[in-house]
Design a protein around this ligand. Structure first.
Ligand code: NAD
Length: 495
């Protein structure tokens, strides 16, 4: 049995860890490895390595940092296929989807390659007689990232390329369910010339996370995962004075108006609901059909759900793979059972799909779902699409806004007026107009509203640069003898 170790100070380490967790192959249902679960001492060792590395990395020139980022970018680009294969084996997603996730992570690395431009400060000449003022931003020190299972490459890459480019050192605590790819990423950083200790990986559970949250050396925490844990991370880490961005779960609605191209909408909704077996934080899980769009849309969704090719992620002909664990399968099937009992109409039923002992659930469509049903109130995080019927676009906006989550949403329409009303009134952070999964490009920032994000800062893009740096403002005077004036006792004002 392969034991997956930590990566601290540039080497693989077992440290004080004795506990382990199983790593499954979701397509076969078999255990393929075990991962070490860090103790506090392991986290302290990683933080200490990062803190030592910060002494030099924090002073590395912009050209040195951007040179290493360019080299890392090239290596990730060359290894897209191997990284995707590691992701597919442990997560279960199909290879094309895994390649897509590496590509979206790579875009953040490319953004971070421009760090000399991104960190340019501001200068005001002669703010007072003989006085100039300028501001610039400096790194925070040791920062931590705690990430979910569903994007084991992309989500950590929302964080570490930017944090490192800004001059910080990084401790990653990836999901214990698909941990291997983070070690491959660590090796690629090393190969790119990143000094040891700048990027560290500790595997683990709550013990490791709490040790990071409580560490007096860690200055900032970026978290992505479910809402209860995001809320907890935000509360605990801010108590110890850290900067925190904690992105939580989601229930992403797509509003479909009767004037939409329904064939186009149904195609995109099917892909957005069932791609990655519905385990994307931006997956569409709730459709809101307005007026007489409902019947025609549901008929199409039923036909399309039946044609999705479900199979092992490594099979290039599969369009959708298994879900992450047997427990996840049980949870998803439980929500479908409850929806049926609570009065939803089961238009497509994925409960009885079995492929060997793999953790598969087929594409499922639930119609006539209401806001009080368990399958609507909770994030299912599986291949289940619900449909709710409302009368008007304003009813649809009110329905979306009443949901506690606010990550992503989409509208399908041919009306510019309706789309504009939707984008202005909806209380959601990321909005697609005839685009079902509106994940912003790396040079914009990513983040939801309400229970989908705790903290002020969205992730990557310009907000990422601000999150991982802090500002200094200098007011400077280089007096000539003839300019020297006596000090005055009133509050300084410009002259
Ligand atoms: P999770 O919350 O179970 O785990 C996320 C991380 O927190 C993991 O590293 C895990 O080890 C750690 N963790 C789990 N329980 C903990 C505890 N009690 N104390 C401290 N740390 C703990 O999430 P997951 O199941 O890995 O990922 C799926 C969730 O992530 C979904 O809710 C999904 O919507 C969300 N997600 C959100 C975004 C976003 O951008 N908002 C992106 C991806 C995933």
């Amino acid at each position: 049995m392969n034991t997956i170790q930590h990566w601290i100070g540039g080497t693989l380490i077992t440290g004080a860890s004795t506990r382990t967790a199983p790593v499954w192959n979701p397509a076969t249902g078999e255990q393929q490895a075990e991962v070490l679960l860090a103790e506090r001492a392991d986290v302290e060792a990683a933080v200490a390595a990062a803190n030592t590395a910060f002494e030099t990395w924090g002073d590395a020139s912009l050209s040195k940092r951007s040179g290493i980022l360019f080299a890392f970018r090239q290596l990730v680009h060359e290894h897209i296929d191997d990284l995707a294969a590691i992701v597919s084996d442990e997560h279960g997603k199909v290879l094309s989807d895994a390649r897509g996730e590496v590509q979206r992570g790579l875009e953040v690395v490319e953004f971070a390659c421009g760090i000399p431009q991104l960190l340019k400060g501001e200068y005001s000449d002669q703010v007072s007689a003989g006085v100039d003022s300028y501001s610039f931003r400096q790194p925070l020190g040791v920062v931590a990232g705690i990430t979910p299972f569903n994007f084991p490459v992309m989500v950590p890459m929302w964080m570490h390329p930017i944090a490192i480019a800004c001059g910080n050192t990084f401790v990653l605590k990836p999901s214990e369910r698909d941990p291997s790819v983070s070690l491959r990423i660590a090796q690629l950083w090393q190969q790119a010339g990143l000094p040891d200790g700048v990027f560290n990986v500790v595997h683990g559970d709550k013990v490791a996370v709490d040790a990071l949250l409580d560490s007096p050396t860690v200055t900032a925490v970026s978290f992505v995962g479910s809402t209860p844990i995001a809320r907890y991370i935000h509360e605990r880490a801010t108590t110890t004075g850290k900067r925190v961005q904690a992105l939580g779960g989601a229930k992403n609605h797509a509003v479909v108006l009767p004037d939409a191209d329904l064939e186009f909408a149904a195609n995109h909704l099917t892909a957005a609901a069932f791609g990655s077996a519905g385990q994307r934080c931006m997956a569409i899980s709730a459709t809101v059909a307005v007026g007489d769009a409902g019947d025609a849309l549901v008929k199409r969704l039923q036909e399309k759900a039946a044609t999705v090719r479900v199979g092992p992620g490594r099979d290039e002909s599969s369009e959708m793979g298994p879900v992450i664990t047997a427990e996840a399968r049980e949870r998803i099937v439980g929500y479908i059972d409850s929806a049926e009992k609570q009065g939803a109409t089961l238009v497509a039923d994925g409960r009885n799909l079995h492929i060997g002992k793999g953790f598969f659930v087929g594409p499922t469509v639930l119609d006539h779902v209401t806001a009080d049903m368990d399958a609507y109130r909770n994030e299912i995080f599986g291949p289940v699409l619900s449909v709710t019927r409302v009368d008007t676009v304003d009813d649809a906006i009110a329905f979306v806004n009443a949901n506690p989550y606010g990550n992503g949403t989409a509208i399908f329409t041919s009306s510019g007026e309706a789309a504009r009303r939707f984008q202005r009134k909806v209380t959601v952070g990321m909005i697609g107009i005839n685009v079902p999964i509106p994940v912003p490009m790396a040079y914009h920032s990513f983040g939801g509203w309400k229970d989908s994000l705790f903290g002020e800062s969205h992730i990557h893009g310009p907000e990422g640069i601000r999150f991982y740096t802090r500002a200094k403002v200098v007011t400077a005077r280089w007096p000539h003898v003839e300019h020297t004036v006596a000090a005055s006792y009133h509050f300084p004002t410009a002259t």
